[in-house]
Design a protein around this ligand. Structure first.
Ligand code: RB5
Length: 155
């Protein structure tokens, strides 16, 4: 599988460990930055870079890392077709595949150890999307939103 990985300055080390793990498992993994040369980034930027690579068709899956995983997941989920899930324990790692069929995994280097994050990624990879009612729910993620401009879109 083809993966893209990106992080802000707070997620560089964990991103590198996740990339090395994917390569060990036989995946193709490309680091879109930032590097560990002290470069700083606002978390929407790495999220945009990874999503852009995926939507252009160059990657099947993405990993985004920031300090908490929160900022990158908020940004990535603004794109239609993106299902970015914050992974914080074994259960969410399993559900991210079985229920959410996530195409971007988000991690927080300041809240998750390298050892735990690698285990979560392994769990995600070992599981299978269950489809059925979960696919129905995922389809609704891209349904029109109720806003002041299109009030009643749900009716
Ligand atoms: C950067 O200091 C930090 O705010 C960022 O990495 C992330 O945790 C935001 O969600």
């Amino acid at each position: 599988m083809n993966w893209v990985l990106a992080s802000d300055h707070a997620g560089v080390q964990l991103k590198k460990a996740l990339l090395a793990f994917l390569e060990e498992q036989g995946h193709f993994a490309h680091d879109l930055g930032v590097s560990d040369n002290g470069e700083s980034a606002d978390y929407p930027e790495p999220a945009d870079n990874a999503v852009e690579a995926m939507l252009k068709g160059g990657a099947d899956m993405g990993i985004l890392v920031c300090g908490t995983g929160l900022g990158v997941s908020m940004r990535a989920n603004r794109y239609k077709g993106i299902r970015a899930t914050l992974i914080t324990n074994d259960f969410s790692a399993k559900a991210a595949k079985e229920h959410s069929n996530a195409n971007i995994l988000c991690f927080g280097e300041r809240i998750t150890s390298e050892q735990d994050a690698l285990r979560y990624l392994k769990i995600f990879l070992e599981n299978t999307f269950e489809g059925g009612r979960h696919q129905r729910r995922l389809d609704k993620l891209d349904a029109p939103l109720v806003t002041e401009e299109n009030e009643g879109a749900k009716k």
